[in-house]
Design a protein around this ligand. Sequence first.
Ligand SMILES: NC(=O)C1=CN([C@@H]2O[C@H](COP(=O)(O)OP(=O)(O)OC[C@H]3O[C@@H](n4cnc5c(N)ncnc54)[C@H](O)[C@@H]3O)[C@@H](O)[C@H]2O)C=CC1
Ligand SMILES: O=C(CO)COP(=O)(O)O
Length: 343
Amino acid sequence: MMKHSVCVLGGGSFGTALANIMANNGHQVSQWMRNEEQVEEINLTGLNSRYLPNAPLHRELLATSNLEQAIRESDTVFVSIPSKSFEQVVQRIEPLLTADKILISTTKGFNPNRFELMSDVLRRNPITQKIGVLSGPNLAKEIAAGQMTGSVIASADDLVRQRVIELLKSPTFRVYENRDCKGVELAGALKNIYAIVCGLAKAMNVGENTMSMIMTRSLAEMSRFAVHFGANPMTFLGLAGMGDLIATCTSPLSRNYRVGFAIGSGENLEEAVGGIGEVAEGVNTLKMVVEEAHKHGLYMPLAEGLSKLLFENAKLESLIGSMMTGEQKWDVEFATNEESDNV
Ligand SMILES: NC(=O)C1=CN([C@@H]2O[C@H](COP(=O)(O)OP(=O)(O)OC[C@H]3O[C@@H](n4cnc5c(N)ncnc54)[C@H](O)[C@@H]3O)[C@@H](O)[C@H]2O)C=CC1
Ligand SMILES: O=C(CO)COP(=O)(O)O
């Protein structure tokens, strides 16, 4: 096996979980973070206690606050920075890039400054177009605990997909491939909206019929939006689509689910987000997606209902009403059924 030099940008839970897999695989891994105390803690104790407590890290994993050195010395860069700061960090690394460096986004969200995905931010650099997106049902704490996990690397470039598989595959981490970058990336970002809806529903003690209905209609809504922007609907049947939707909509380990649960338990949005202490991408995603859906005339009753609830103080009944009496009547869209005059 060839030993690669890898850099992970971001000291959060997912960046740490990925860096640790690659270090365990024998690659030379540096993890860049801005917090000096965190750098020291990881290097001295092998723990990232704030973001990934109880997960002993490989002793060769090197935490660093030296961005320039970390980028220069790596052939592959994973960007695990929340969407809010993603563009700013990518701008800092641009002068350090070379044509052969591979850039991978692991961030499931939209740029809050304009409607674009993280891979669009990466593609704007003028030096390297070796770009990929990693997405799937990948709760960081479960990965760190060694739970068997599947993920998807999406890229049009064969070399990029092969490199990520080589870096990350392990007895407990399996990486599948997809060429549909747009679909994989949109699936990862969009499901956070529906994880909030499901957390809310769970706090209200709804039954499994209701949970199944919400999750299935969420998948329909996500794929409708994504197909409009060029995704392949079949991607939504895979790990990055249905897989991640199931994990995030059912697990209290999901920050987005927890935001929904807290709101369903009576907290307001600010309290719910503040209580998490980590990033919950779904709130910004909801804003961006609903605005875009309006512009393009896309029918998204669940997202629309949640947006009214969170940002316009609408009653919960309006979200329920959106789902129960909405205009969409066909179960499956993108079907071969000639009669299906889908909305
Ligand atoms: N945690 C998880 O289970 C998974 C997370 N993701 C995605 O990974 C992305 C990163 O998430 P997490 O690592 O979970 O986030 P986190 O909330 O655990 O940590 C975020 C990290 O980014 C750092 N950061 C924020 N702004 C920064 C800036 N301007 N400069 C430098 N560092 C900055 C923070 O200091 C922190 O170390 C998110 O978009 C999330 O959707 C994807 C799959 C699983
Ligand atoms: O994307 C995730 C799991 O695949 C993590 O979800 P949260 O960001 O909601 O914690």
